[in-house]
Design a protein around this ligand. Structure first.
Ligand code: SF4
Length: 420
């Protein structure tokens, strides 16, 4: 059942910028290095929107797909391990799966859970239903992905034990044997945290696996090397400081082995990470974290409607010099002038990659969402920032350009523009 949530209409910067995070993680480091402002905007508090930390995320199909696969693996991994199964092909595991209603049923429930997690998300109400249906239509692919990854896994019977729970003088590593999914690794000396998808420990064998839903990328290797470092430095889960001797990246198309680092290589990696982390923390701990607009950084930035640097006409013009949008879906800022008809508003472009400031334009609001229309009559003269609107007639002389909000588009009214 759809929860009643108030959609976001206004684009407002946070009242206060967040402090540098106490704990660093892989994607937070990369994101901070790319654009500290984005991290600050994403992680600030927005109590007027919802009661969770950070800005409500935009829902995207690939991320939801990956989340469902992860959740299914985690759920099944825990159940198999609890039942004492060591792999999904064991008779006991097959029976257990049947009792759960079969793999399709498990995956189906995970889709429901992933959407339930977003029940309070006030963003993208118009696209939520379409995404949900799209994901349900992909159940066979989701099922296949879970099946492929399950084949790879061995399930341990003993959970990792914190050092404080180990008996003095207990033989090293015995209590750690087994395999475990979604293992949170913490290295207090580095103030780093990471969640390894899967860690297998059998005797001297120690493997870390990371599941990926997209194509192989160079940064995935660094990520799993960092997990190896965190594992080696996690005194709680790994009091004997064992080092991983197998690192595996698992993709839809197959697996890639990353050479496991030696102790010396781990120390070198640790030094590099410490330096990068210090720079990233310094970049975040400022009064106004630096904005670094670029096509690569901004194209998929979830909070670009909040970013004054992105909407500067000069920034948009600079982007246009490098690359014009390859589809009809564009970002555009306009000032609302008057209403032309129901769901149709006249305006003037104030910032765009394609249209010059001052160009007359017609905004057609979404047929799936009335929230903007309800506010626009009292917001004449305000600016609207449109993300992924469909642009038509951009160069017709006799007719104004038209920007239409579809299911994938978002429109936000601007309350005030804070100066840089
Ligand atoms: S829009 Fe670009 S410059 Fe602004 S926060 Fe996002 S990535 Fe950074």
């Amino acid at each position: 059942m759809e929860e009643q949530i108030t959609p976001i209409v206004w684009a407002e910067e946070p009242n206060t910028w967040p402090a540098a995070p106490e704990w660093m993680s892989f994607y937070r480091l990369l994101e901070t290095e790319a654009c500290p402002r984005r991290v600050a905007l994403k992680s600030a508090m927005y109590p007027h929107l919802w009661n969770r930390p950070g800005y409500p995320p935009k829902l995207r199909l690939p991320a939801l797909f990956g989340r469902v696969v992860h959740l299914a693996l985690r759920t099944l991994g825990a159940k198999f391990a609890q039942a004492g199964c060591s792999s999904a092909s064991e008779i006991g595991a097959v029976t257990l799966l049947k009792n759960l209603g079969g793999l399709s049923q498990v995956v189906n429930k995970c889709v429901d859970s992933v959407f339930a997690e977003q029940a309070e998300n006030p963003r993208g109400g118009a696209s939520r239903k379409a995404l949900f249906e799209n994901l349900k239509a992909r159940l066979p692919q989701l099922r296949e992905q879970v099946q492929i990854k399950l084949r790879y896994l061995q399930f341990g019977k003993v959970a990792p034990v914190a050092v404080s729970h180990r008996k003095q003088g207990a033989p090293p590593s015995q209590t750690l044997d087994g395999s475990h999914s979604e293992v949170e690794l913490r290295a207090p000396s580095l103030r780093w945290i990471g969640v390894a998808d899967y860690v297998a420990l059998f005797g001297n064998y120690c493997e870390i696996v990371d599941f990926k839903s997209g194509n192989p990328e160079q940064e995935h290797k660094l990520q799993i090397l960092i997990y190896a470092l965190l594992w080696a430095r996690d005194q709680n889960l790994n009091p004997d400081a064992r080092i991983a001797n197998k690192l595996t990246l698992s993709y839809e198309t197959g697996t890639i082995d990353v050479p496991a680092p030696s102790q010396t290589e781990l120390r070198e990696l640790e030094e590099k990470i410490q330096t990068r982390t210090e720079l990233a923390r310094n970049a975040l701990g400022t009064l106004l974290p630096d904005a670094r607009p670029s096509l690569d950084n901004c194209r998929f930035c979830d909070v670009r409607h909040l970013c004054s640097a992105y909407w500067k006409p000069q920034t948009q013009q600079q982007f246009a010099q490098h690359e014009l949008p390859s589809s009809d879906y564009v970002d555009l800022e306009m000032r609302i002038v008057s209403q032309q008809a129901m769901k149709s508003w006249k305006g003037i472009v104030t910032s765009s990659q394609i249209l010059q400031p001052g160009t007359h334009i017609l905004l057609r609001t979404s047929v799936f969402d009335n929230s903007l229309d309800e506010v626009l009559p009292s917001a004449m003269g305000h600016q609207v920032r449109i993300l992924d609107g469909r642009l038509s007639n951009p160069s017709a002389d006799d007719f104004p350009a038209i920007i239409t909000l579809s299911e994938r588009s978002e429109g936000f009214l601007l309350k005030s523009r804070r100066s840089e």
